[in-house]
Design a protein around this ligand. Sequence first.
Ligand SMILES: Cc1cc2nc3c(=O)[nH]c(=O)nc-3n(C[C@H](O)[C@H](O)[C@H](O)COP(=O)(O)OP(=O)(O)OC[C@H]3O[C@@H](n4cnc5c(N)ncnc54)[C@H](O)[C@@H]3O)c2cc1C
Length: 502
Amino acid sequence: MRTVTGREKVSEMCADLLQDESNLSGAWCEAAAWPQNTDEAREYITECAKTGMQLTVSGGLTGIAGGALPQGGSVISASALKDIRLLKNGNITAGAGVTIEELNSFVSVNTDGLFYPPDPTEDTASVGGTIATDASGADSYLYGATRKWVEGLEIVLPGGRLLSIKRGQHTFENRTCTHPVLGTLHLPPLRREQPSKNAAGYYLREGMDLIDLFIGSEGKLGFITEAELKLASEPMYVIDLAVFPENAGSFWELYGAMLHADRPLRIRALEMMDDMCMDFLRSHPGELPLPPVNAVFCLILRAEADSDEHLEETLETLDEMLVTYDSNPETAWGGFEPSERKKIKDFRHALPEAVNHCISESRMKYPSIHKYGSDGAVEPSRLKEYYTRTRCILQESGLPFLIFGHAGDGHIHANAIPEDPQQMHNADRAMREIAAAAVAMGGTVSAEHGLGKMKLDYLELMYSEDEIRGMEAIRRVIDPTHLMGPGLTSKHFDCLFKYFDC
Ligand SMILES: Cc1cc2nc3c(=O)[nH]c(=O)nc-3n(C[C@H](O)[C@H](O)[C@H](O)COP(=O)(O)OP(=O)(O)OC[C@H]3O[C@@H](n4cnc5c(N)ncnc54)[C@H](O)[C@@H]3O)c2cc1C
């Protein structure tokens, strides 16, 4: 097993471990290890437990919330866990360090007409990281988040014990689950059920499967070394379409109609970009075609068809819907041919690239500048209200911004693009206000990126002190000496000894 010891050596030899896509600065650690199998991971974690060395788990480092960035202690990286196998039951097992790109190519070469649905956009993300954040993506509208595709997990627990769990083996009954390795875990009562798309706090539902506690736990309950994953059948056709309504009213009507669309439409993804995105793309032209001149909003949808006949019906229905809701089909882009689909993919990617370019320019003058992105979601029926509130908060803060996201899931990313330190301060405040607005509408402060280190304090916008203590109590049972995830701990963790009188 490769290991590096010494703060300076780590910074010199493996600086990549100290940076992810959150742009959070100040990460450091005293040691790092890259186990190549579960036994090596157990050996390292046991050794760390003996010496009291805290551990941060690192995957593909594409996280946006800074969860994989260490604040001291040691880093254990999953990047050398690359085993991947097809199982007799049609599932696959993949090492935690296998990237989504590697997984997809393995599946396309070794199976006939199957695919792995979770697609968190950035395909250098790892299997372990996507499970630890319960990653979603555009296609989650139809296929759900990563959780739905995880059938089994192998986890090295804090202290070095091995936990092997399969879905269906252990569930919480009367809010309690007793497991031979873990002991007895209690679910804290919540004032309201967690929203359907949620990445803030542990997954907590009466009757839930034990495996779901670990999915989305952001590296705080153990080191995932391997996962058993389900696959789905590829549809015969996938159609990508970008529609450009010429006023906001038409956009929201079309969106509402798509949300309630029935057969023949089988919509896989329903995404949006607002007028600020259109203006931003026009004022930062790249090599890609610009949105049509009169386009105000953009609705991007992906649909599936199972036969030639179904394809024809789908295209006809989409055409009719565009006409009914006042969106000119002539200005829409896309289709089912690879080149048509690529145009839409490139168009979607052009936006974050242009935003990143602007941020890099501002950083030349102010190195601490970074992008701020919201990750809140509400029920889709309240998206228009949430979008309007988000926009109002950002307008009042005087920041350059744009809003896009997974409209079908009621989930938007407002990007604030600060140009100086004062605007950074305003962006920070605005993002917290936007997160609180989502909660006030029954939604979540984070629907897919997780809270990591950047948004840990948002937890208290969504949960009461008792609820957070209840979550930390679960963690205490699994990690009594607080070995995993330094910096990923709510302030309520330390008062738990008092709370539970132990
Ligand atoms: C351009 C871009 C687009 C993105 N789009 C999306 C999107 O559409 N949807 C979405 O959900 N996310 C998106 N993301 C965010 C990111 O890709 C996901 O959060 C992803 O799941 C992180 O995986 P990773 O392997 O990079 O994890 P890392 O960044 O390395 O770690 C993320 C968290 O998981 C923990 N972790 C990592 N590996 C393990 C393990 N083996 N065991 C236990 N814990 C572990 C870490 O401790 C950390 O808390 C995007 C990121 C970028 C850069």
